[in-house]
Ligand binder design. Sequence first.
Ligand SMILES: Cc1cc2nc3c(=O)[nH]c(=O)nc-3n(C[C@H](O)[C@H](O)[C@H](O)COP(=O)(O)OP(=O)(O)OC[C@H]3O[C@@H](n4cnc5c(N)ncnc54)[C@H](O)[C@@H]3O)c2cc1C
Length: 458
Amino acid sequence: MNDFIKKLQAIVGEAFVSAEPEERYLYSMDQGTMPPAAPDAVAMPETADQVAQIVRLANAHKVPLVPMGGGLVLSGLTRALKGGVIVDMKRMDRIIEVNPVSRYAVVEAGVTQGVLKAYLSKHHPGLKHSMPDAPPAATIAGNVCIHGSGHLSVLGGFHSDMLTGLEAVLPTGEIVRTGSCSVSPQWFSRAPLPDLSGLFLGWSGTTGIITKLGIRLFPNYRYNDVLIYVSETADLMPEIISRFTGVQVAEDMTPWMTPKPDWARGFFHINVAFGAHSKKELIFKRNLLQESVRSITDTGAAGFLPIPPVQKSRFMEIPSPDLARFADARKGGGFEYVGAIMAVERFAEAYRRGTEIAEKHHTTYSLGARIIGAGHAMMFFFAYAFNRADAEDVGRAAEALEETNRACLEMGGIPWKAEAPAQKEILKRMDPNTVSFMNRLRDTLDPNRIMNPGNWEV
Ligand SMILES: Cc1cc2nc3c(=O)[nH]c(=O)nc-3n(C[C@H](O)[C@H](O)[C@H](O)COP(=O)(O)OP(=O)(O)OC[C@H]3O[C@@H](n4cnc5c(N)ncnc54)[C@H](O)[C@@H]3O)c2cc1C
């Protein structure tokens, strides 16, 4: 390994490779419940060419590589399950292009959510990208890779749907491009070419290392508003969601159910965020949303919550501070959630199963969802906060997460950014021909299986 580390240093510079125990410890875990797995070293490349050199070196020595952005995925996907080197992309932090007319940005893989947001608000205040509620240090690439979602997901779907193309280093070291940028100097879309971008989406870093990507941008409205609709019954939620998404004016819709504070317990809230270029347009959109559920409101089974202006701005913060605040509920820095990607009509069942599981395991929990597209799916989250210093607390959360993953699959959903054990559960239920197809692709792309091994493996 010493010789290998010297070669890594020759590629990225001595200051950007470490095999010191401190770094190996820090990079061995995330905030979730998965047990630590330390890398042998960490390297921070600055260019795509350096990434390609690292990959070729690792391939020649059959050393595993784990690509990492912010390392905030929570489900342990950036742990070095079979040792090797974590390739931390944070030095590749250039915003390469913003096209204000065709509304897309091209960024390097280490650009974070917070940096792109700040850049756009300074240089292109009329544009925004879809932010997740993750800490701002999360990268655009890491989030797109895992099919993340965020504040424009009702408008634009999963963040992977907003990808317009990418540049990646294959496990054998070639640099490839997918989407329009493979033919044209412009990064406007993945169509009309054979869509190779999917080879890097949802694969948890097992198919290559993304070095650049293009993402869609959207109008940043001058006027913004949020409505909160409250129902007493979970069974009404799919209909409410369908009505709101049906009028096609919301940017983001996030149902939330929480046992704390006491006044919120047992109620089903849904935040509906929308924006407009003028006050008149905002009022028009608000009326459309209110009218869409009028017949439900008139029955008295649900209604709009009056929100004082001071509270309203809190509900419109992007990223929302609420999940981050909940994540710290137990102190001690432990937080993880099962994000079940599932059909919207499963809402009530997901809620009931989620509360049963959380109460059975005596965990500190919060439940909620983000609607994807015009009600095409939802990411239903079952979030658990725990104290990392308290082994029993961690154990309770781990058991609850495992049971939730199983429940999600039983309900016809699929755990999102699944931990390695949950990936195995997914593979067990997957069509065998699909599993074999995935394996054949992996063998072709990565004959030495150096890319994030231990993931998507039986
Ligand atoms: C409080 C809180 C709220 C959150 N809210 C949201 C939310 O609203 N929406 C949401 O989507 N997520 C959310 N998350 C989850 C998570 O933090 C984000 O999805 C985050 O964007 C992941 O990005 P990352 O850069 O940290 O990825 P990482 O953890 O670094 O990586 C994620 C995966 O992608 C792979 N990967 C990373 N970079 C590359 C690359 N360049 N090439 C190839 N593979 C790569 C890694 O190997 C890993 O498998 C939240 C987390 C917290 C703590």
